[in-house]
Write a protein that binds this ligand. Sequence first.
Ligand code: SF4
Length: 191
Amino acid sequence: MDLIPVTDLKQWAYCERIVYCRRAMPAVGKPTFKMKEAVAAQDLMESLEVRRGLKEYGLEGARRRFNVWLRDESLGLSGKLDLLLEAPEEVAVVDFKLTSGEVGQNHRVQLAAYCLLAEGACGVPARRGFVYRIPDSRVFALDVTDEIRRVVSASVAAIREMAETQCCPEPTSVRGRCVDCEFINYFADVW
Ligand code: SF4
């Protein structure tokens, strides 16, 4: 079974149908900001704002590794971490968010999945992850709870099932998300 990219989990939490569409119509998808974010990450980490933010959470002195690719067969996941923070007793992940909106459930699931990958690779627990919101230089700490771990696991299973059955998921109930979606013209049931 192919590994699920962590970015698919993020999209799954936002609208399950997007994951289906991106697989069925790969040429239609929009380019992501991820490359731009990755380039910005190292500069940002050198900034006082980020260092100050992480110091508040006790991880300023952790070893930093940027743009780390990880894969884990047992989790069924693969992905690229913007920034991995390695301390002797704990590992954490910083994800850089280019847009100014709130940190939503989709970001939480994505960050938790990266933290689980980091935990597996480093052999120490990942108790927290961080979202660094670039437009206002804010750091948000998110706990890697048992509940969010279950959400990650359930999402991987659901995406695998979708891939096997080729069943198109229901549209998101938050129809405001459809307005700017590249797939809005492909389905009559979102009008
Ligand atoms: S148009 Fe709406 S329901 Fe369809 S994939 Fe996009 S966000 Fe999801």
